[in-house]
Ligand binder design. Structure first.
Ligand SMILES: N[C@@H](CCC(=O)N[C@@H](CS)C(=O)NCC(=O)O)C(=O)O
Length: 214
Protein backbone atom coordinates (compact mmCIF):
# COMPACT_ATOMS: atom_id res chain seq x y z
CA UNK A 1 0.00 0.00 0.00
CA UNK A 2 1.21 3.46 -0.96
CA UNK A 3 0.44 6.06 1.71
CA UNK A 4 1.22 9.76 1.78
CA UNK A 5 1.08 11.45 5.17
CA UNK A 6 0.58 15.20 5.43
CA UNK A 7 -2.03 17.95 5.44
CA UNK A 8 -3.01 19.13 2.00
CA UNK A 9 -2.53 22.81 2.91
CA UNK A 10 1.26 22.34 3.20
CA UNK A 11 3.11 23.39 0.05
CA UNK A 12 5.66 20.63 0.59
CA UNK A 13 2.90 18.03 0.87
CA UNK A 14 1.33 19.48 -2.27
CA UNK A 15 4.46 18.69 -4.28
CA UNK A 16 4.31 15.04 -3.24
CA UNK A 17 0.55 14.80 -3.86
CA UNK A 18 0.87 16.44 -7.27
CA UNK A 19 3.62 14.02 -8.32
CA UNK A 20 1.58 11.05 -7.07
CA UNK A 21 -1.50 12.39 -8.84
CA UNK A 22 0.39 12.64 -12.14
CA UNK A 23 1.32 8.95 -12.00
CA UNK A 24 -2.29 7.77 -11.78
CA UNK A 25 -1.25 5.33 -9.02
CA UNK A 26 -3.78 4.58 -6.32
CA UNK A 27 -2.61 5.83 -2.94
CA UNK A 28 -3.99 6.62 0.46
CA UNK A 29 -3.73 10.18 1.74
CA UNK A 30 -3.57 10.57 5.52
CA UNK A 31 -3.74 14.24 6.60
CA UNK A 32 -1.25 14.86 9.40
CA UNK A 33 0.37 17.93 10.96
CA UNK A 34 -1.16 21.36 11.53
CA UNK A 35 -4.61 21.13 13.07
CA UNK A 36 -4.59 17.35 12.42
CA UNK A 37 -1.59 16.84 14.75
CA UNK A 38 -0.08 13.38 14.90
CA UNK A 39 3.55 14.30 14.21
CA UNK A 40 4.64 13.16 17.66
CA UNK A 41 2.78 9.87 17.56
CA UNK A 42 5.37 7.14 18.18
CA UNK A 43 4.40 5.26 15.01
CA UNK A 44 4.89 8.35 12.88
CA UNK A 45 8.11 9.38 14.66
CA UNK A 46 9.47 5.88 14.05
CA UNK A 47 8.94 6.40 10.32
CA UNK A 48 10.22 9.95 10.22
CA UNK A 49 12.51 11.07 13.07
CA UNK A 50 12.29 14.65 11.75
CA UNK A 51 8.52 14.51 12.47
CA UNK A 52 7.47 16.58 9.49
CA UNK A 53 5.25 16.15 6.48
CA UNK A 54 5.19 14.97 3.78
CA UNK A 55 6.23 11.40 4.51
CA UNK A 56 5.66 8.55 2.09
CA UNK A 57 5.32 4.87 2.94
CA UNK A 58 5.48 2.37 0.12
CA UNK A 59 5.49 -1.13 1.57
CA UNK A 60 8.71 -1.34 3.59
CA UNK A 61 10.14 1.83 2.07
CA UNK A 62 9.73 5.16 3.87
CA UNK A 63 10.78 8.42 2.24
CA UNK A 64 10.64 11.89 3.74
CA UNK A 65 11.74 15.33 2.45
CA UNK A 66 9.37 16.42 -0.29
CA UNK A 67 11.89 16.56 -3.15
CA UNK A 68 13.15 13.09 -2.27
CA UNK A 69 9.54 11.89 -2.40
CA UNK A 70 9.00 13.54 -5.78
CA UNK A 71 12.14 11.83 -7.14
CA UNK A 72 11.12 8.45 -5.67
CA UNK A 73 7.60 8.64 -7.05
CA UNK A 74 8.87 9.80 -10.45
CA UNK A 75 11.54 7.08 -10.68
CA UNK A 76 9.37 4.25 -9.43
CA UNK A 77 5.97 5.10 -10.86
CA UNK A 78 6.51 7.42 -13.83
CA UNK A 79 9.87 6.49 -15.26
CA UNK A 80 10.34 7.93 -18.74
CA UNK A 81 7.85 10.70 -18.03
CA UNK A 82 8.26 12.59 -14.75
CA UNK A 83 11.61 10.80 -14.35
CA UNK A 84 13.52 11.33 -17.62
CA UNK A 85 15.54 8.33 -18.74
CA UNK A 86 17.93 10.53 -20.69
CA UNK A 87 20.64 11.58 -18.22
CA UNK A 88 21.00 15.10 -19.62
CA UNK A 89 17.28 15.76 -19.45
CA UNK A 90 17.15 14.28 -15.95
CA UNK A 91 20.01 16.47 -14.78
CA UNK A 92 18.20 19.55 -16.08
CA UNK A 93 15.09 18.53 -14.13
CA UNK A 94 17.22 17.87 -11.06
CA UNK A 95 19.04 21.17 -11.43
CA UNK A 96 15.77 23.18 -11.31
CA UNK A 97 14.62 21.18 -8.29
CA UNK A 98 17.88 21.98 -6.49
CA UNK A 99 17.75 25.64 -7.57
CA UNK A 100 14.19 25.98 -6.31
CA UNK A 101 15.08 24.53 -2.93
CA UNK A 102 18.24 26.66 -2.59
CA UNK A 103 16.81 29.98 -3.80
CA UNK A 104 13.20 30.34 -4.89
CA UNK A 105 11.45 28.28 -2.21
CA UNK A 106 12.83 30.14 0.83
CA UNK A 107 11.57 33.51 -0.38
CA UNK A 108 8.31 32.06 -1.66
CA UNK A 109 7.61 30.49 1.72
CA UNK A 110 8.73 33.57 3.64
CA UNK A 111 6.49 35.89 1.58
CA UNK A 112 3.57 33.57 2.29
CA UNK A 113 4.24 33.74 6.02
CA UNK A 114 4.67 37.53 5.98
CA UNK A 115 1.48 38.24 4.00
CA UNK A 116 -0.90 35.41 4.89
CA UNK A 117 0.12 33.71 8.10
CA UNK A 118 1.11 36.90 9.92
CA UNK A 119 -1.96 38.76 11.24
CA UNK A 120 -2.51 41.96 9.20
CA UNK A 121 -1.91 44.19 12.25
CA UNK A 122 1.58 42.70 12.69
CA UNK A 123 2.67 42.79 9.05
CA UNK A 124 5.88 44.62 8.15
CA UNK A 125 5.43 46.35 4.77
CA UNK A 126 9.15 47.05 4.32
CA UNK A 127 10.12 43.47 4.92
CA UNK A 128 7.36 42.26 2.63
CA UNK A 129 8.65 44.56 -0.14
CA UNK A 130 12.24 43.36 0.37
CA UNK A 131 11.35 39.66 0.25
CA UNK A 132 8.96 40.20 -2.67
CA UNK A 133 11.76 42.01 -4.55
CA UNK A 134 14.08 39.04 -4.08
CA UNK A 135 11.38 36.56 -5.08
CA UNK A 136 10.61 38.59 -8.23
CA UNK A 137 14.27 38.22 -9.17
CA UNK A 138 14.02 34.42 -8.99
CA UNK A 139 10.81 34.42 -11.05
CA UNK A 140 12.42 36.79 -13.58
CA UNK A 141 15.22 34.28 -14.08
CA UNK A 142 12.73 31.44 -14.52
CA UNK A 143 10.63 33.59 -16.86
CA UNK A 144 13.67 34.14 -19.10
CA UNK A 145 14.37 30.39 -19.12
CA UNK A 146 10.76 29.64 -20.02
CA UNK A 147 10.87 32.11 -22.91
CA UNK A 148 12.70 29.42 -24.89
CA UNK A 149 11.33 26.24 -23.25
CA UNK A 150 7.82 24.94 -22.67
CA UNK A 151 8.75 23.32 -19.35
CA UNK A 152 11.74 23.68 -17.08
CA UNK A 153 13.72 20.67 -18.37
CA UNK A 154 12.70 21.11 -21.98
CA UNK A 155 9.53 20.58 -23.94
CA UNK A 156 7.50 18.32 -21.64
CA UNK A 157 6.52 18.04 -17.99
CA UNK A 158 9.10 16.33 -15.74
CA UNK A 159 9.75 16.16 -12.01
CA UNK A 160 11.73 19.40 -12.49
CA UNK A 161 8.47 21.33 -12.90
CA UNK A 162 7.07 20.14 -9.59
CA UNK A 163 8.94 22.20 -6.96
CA UNK A 164 8.95 25.55 -8.81
CA UNK A 165 5.46 24.96 -10.26
CA UNK A 166 4.03 24.21 -6.82
CA UNK A 167 4.97 27.72 -5.62
CA UNK A 168 2.88 29.46 -8.28
CA UNK A 169 -0.69 29.02 -7.07
CA UNK A 170 0.15 30.80 -3.84
CA UNK A 171 2.23 33.45 -5.57
CA UNK A 172 -0.53 34.38 -7.99
CA UNK A 173 -3.01 34.60 -5.12
CA UNK A 174 -0.99 36.67 -2.64
CA UNK A 175 -2.05 40.25 -1.90
CA UNK A 176 1.02 41.76 -3.61
CA UNK A 177 1.47 43.71 -6.83
CA UNK A 178 3.23 41.42 -9.27
CA UNK A 179 5.29 42.43 -12.24
CA UNK A 180 4.44 40.84 -15.57
CA UNK A 181 6.04 37.45 -16.24
CA UNK A 182 4.56 36.40 -19.60
CA UNK A 183 6.43 33.10 -19.97
CA UNK A 184 5.98 32.11 -16.34
CA UNK A 185 2.27 32.88 -16.69
CA UNK A 186 2.02 30.76 -19.83
CA UNK A 187 3.68 27.84 -18.02
CA UNK A 188 1.40 28.37 -15.00
CA UNK A 189 -1.66 28.25 -17.29
CA UNK A 190 -0.39 24.93 -18.65
CA UNK A 191 0.01 23.55 -15.12
CA UNK A 192 -3.46 24.78 -14.16
CA UNK A 193 -4.86 22.68 -17.00
CA UNK A 194 -3.54 19.50 -15.35
CA UNK A 195 -6.12 17.71 -13.15
CA UNK A 196 -3.50 16.68 -10.56
CA UNK A 197 -2.23 20.25 -10.23
CA UNK A 198 -5.77 21.58 -9.82
CA UNK A 199 -6.65 18.92 -7.27
CA UNK A 200 -3.56 19.07 -5.08
CA UNK A 201 -1.87 22.45 -5.57
CA UNK A 202 -4.73 24.85 -6.23
CA UNK A 203 -5.92 24.46 -2.67
CA UNK A 204 -7.41 27.24 -0.55
CA UNK A 205 -5.03 28.52 2.13
CA UNK A 206 -7.76 30.39 4.06
CA UNK A 207 -7.41 28.15 7.12
CA UNK A 208 -3.78 29.32 7.44
CA UNK A 209 -4.61 33.04 7.34
CA UNK A 210 -3.43 34.89 10.46
CA UNK A 211 -2.13 31.66 12.01
CA UNK A 212 1.51 31.75 13.00
CA UNK A 213 0.90 28.64 15.08
CA UNK A 214 -1.68 25.94 15.37
N1 LIG B 1 12.25 20.23 3.89
C1 LIG B 1 11.07 19.51 4.28
C2 LIG B 1 10.17 20.44 5.07
C3 LIG B 1 9.17 19.66 5.89
C4 LIG B 1 8.34 20.59 6.74
O1 LIG B 1 8.87 21.44 7.47
N2 LIG B 1 7.02 20.39 6.67
C5 LIG B 1 6.12 21.24 7.39
C6 LIG B 1 4.89 21.52 6.53
S1 LIG B 1 5.33 22.47 5.09
C7 LIG B 1 5.65 20.56 8.66
O2 LIG B 1 5.69 19.34 8.78
N3 LIG B 1 5.19 21.38 9.60
C8 LIG B 1 4.56 20.93 10.79
C9 LIG B 1 3.07 20.90 10.64
O3 LIG B 1 2.54 21.02 9.52
O4 LIG B 1 2.41 20.70 11.68
C10 LIG B 1 10.37 18.95 3.03
O5 LIG B 1 10.59 19.48 1.94
O6 LIG B 1 9.64 17.96 3.16
Amino acid sequence: MLTLYGRGTSDNVQKALWALGETGQRFEHVPLGGSYGGLDDPDFAAMNPHRRVPTLKDGDTVVWESDAIVRYVAAKYYCGTLWPVDVSERSRADQWMAWTLAHLYGDSNLLFWLTIRTPVADQDAERIARVHGRLSGWYRLLDRHLSVHEYVAGERLTMGDVPPGATLYRYFNLPVERESFPHLERWYARLCARPAYRKYVMVSFEELRGRLEY
